[in-house]
Each structure stands twice: as C-alpha cells, then as structure tokens.
Design a protein around this ligand. Sequence first.
Ligand code: ZN
Ligand code: ZN
Length: 392
Amino acid sequence: MPSEHTRQITAVIDDSVDLLWGISESLFNEPEIAFEEYKACQLLTNALRNFDYSIDVGIGSLPTAFRATYGAIRKPCIAILAEYDALVGLGHACGHNLIAAAAIGAGIALAKLRPKLKGQVQIIGTPAEEGGGGKILLANAGIFDSIDAAMMFHPASKNLVLRPSLASSRLKIEFIGKASHAAAAPEEGINALDALILSFNNIHALRPTFAPKDRVAGIILEGGRAANIIPAYTAADFSIRSLTTKRRDKLVEKVIICAKSAAQAIGCQVEFKVTHGYREIIPNKVMAGIFASHLESLGRVVSEPDPNERMGSTDMGDISHLVPAIHPYLAIAPENIAGHTEEFKQYCIAEAGKQAMLDAAKAMAMTTAELLTRPELLSRAREELSSAMRTK
Ligand SMILES: [Zn+2]
Ligand SMILES: [Zn+2]
C-alpha cells in the first residue's frame, strides 16, 4: 500500500483523538445493555454523519443497529463492525466502548481516503453481542449479503490476531415428576430432583472424555419447593461450548442423553430446549497477516496464540463463516486480568484503552485500504475461507 495512505490514516486518526475518546467516554459513562443501545446508536451515527456518511438506523429490524456508507453499493465492500452493548450490572467491562470508538476512527480516516479506494466501506453498528447475537440477526436479515470482508477489534490482555473462539449453545432441561408427601407416601411420588441430580452426575462421569476446550457448565433453576414434598418439577440451564460447531452439537447431544437416561431411571418426563449460540471464529489468515503487519508498524508486539489460550464466544464467529473476517485483540490490561470484571473495566477507561482504540482504528483503516487497493489479497482471503468451509 502506498505509504502516503498509511501517513494520511495516521494523521487523520491522531487529529481525531479528542472526538474518539469523547465517544468512548460517553459510551462508558452511560452503559446500555443488549438491544437497548439507543443513545449509543445516536452518538455513533451522528459522528459518522459529520463525515458525509449516509446512515440507515434500524437495519435488519433491530432498532439500535445501523449502517453507514456513501453512494450506491460498490464492490468490493469491506465492513468495519462496531459493538456498543454493555454488561448487565457491570457496565462496559468488556470494552465495547473502545470497539465502537475505534470503528468510528477507522470510518473517519477511510472517508478522507475515499477517492483513492477501489470499492466501498461500510461501518455496521451491531447491537447485543453479549448474549443477543445481534450480528446473527443482521446476517439473517441479509445485511452481510453485499459484504466481501468484515473486521472489528476487541480489547484484551494480549495482542493477538489469530485467537480462536468457542462455538456455544444453551440447553434448558425440565423434569416433570409427581408430587407426594415426602414422609407419609414417598413411594407415590416421582422425584424430579433425583432425575436432575442424576443428570449432573452422568455429565460428570463423561468429563474425562471431554476435549480440552469442551465446556459444560450447569445451574439448577428450580430444585423443588419444600423438603417435605417430593419435587414434581425441576429445571436446569446449561452453557455448552466447544472448539467447533460440529463438536458443540455432539456435546449437546451427549448432555441430552445424560438427562434422558436419568429421567428413564426415575420414571419422569423430560423436556429440552436448545438455543444455539455462536459459531466458532475462523480468523482469516490473509487479513490477520495484513492487520498484524500494521499493528507491528504501530509498535505493538503480536503474540502467537497459546494452545491453552483462554477464550470465550462471539457472534463474530458466525460472520466469519459467511465472509473472510478477523476479530483481533489488542492488549489494554495485564495478562492476569480477565474481561467481564471490575478490574478489566478500569482499563477500558484508562490511557491503555485509549492507545488500543487509536492503534485499532489505524490498523483497521490500513487493512481496509490495503484490501481496497490490492484486489488479489481479497481473492486470497476468499479462497482461504472457501477451503476452510469445505472441512467444516
Ligand atoms: Zn463480553
Ligand atoms: Zn466483548
């Protein structure tokens, strides 16, 4: 990419630091949870409108989603995604304030570079990452149909461009037995709590067969109402995750068999409700390589992912199955500080967060400019995804 592009992007973003940090601080100070990000949506779209983007709010029937672009759709089209939902009770402890501000920064820099780019840029505001799967809802509504590649950044405790994420599902299990007097006539009852406890024990018995990143975590939602009544109804909720969607689905199946066999042993009925969460991310190596080289030129050391890397799940995983995508992480906190904590939250409003926001904005703008000036890179990124999907 011509070095004048790199210089221009750096200059525009450095000039916009007060604007971007102001956006990040406003989001942080007024956290809004999934699907309720009305003020955030307005703040972000107003900022982009000032740089001549035309804005659609409420895309995909999500009132707090938006798309910012210019002119008619021109191919290829690169999307930079902004998340801006906060955590219930914790505020911006996942740093989505920084994600959103960085996306705006990249958008501003690319607006200035527009005449030199062979294609289009879209900034897409994607609500409800924390459990609501906003990106999946937008993809189902066709919002990504015209997109050729997508990227975002996420704050973390390491600089990583190829960190995997887990495929996730939720499973609710309900047991229906029969109430009876626990002392006078226990033989007349069918104990739904025993079925629930047996299910947990069956699952524990399977744990030695789990792969290292298989996760089955359960809680009891209802375990009975009174100790002197045989429980007629119990319920549990499980979060089930694994390294691939295929393996996650097998794990869900295994947990269902654990519950069915427990119900059979006790003689009660059992019901299931599976809610598929997010697919695992397929980080595009071509795009990640470009992003990493720009990150390194900005003075960051990019780490190789450790096989024991801590990881969660993201709805960007689903997008990465549709178009070449990256979800790189930039360090804002020391390695022992995990996201979704009060400690991590403090870094999301500190100097380290500000620096990550600026570096991410620059590296995303540079990566986008490179993809829109060197079409062969985009073809390679697409080929890589097609061959990855053949093995899924
Ligand atoms: Zn989070
Ligand atoms: Zn997050």
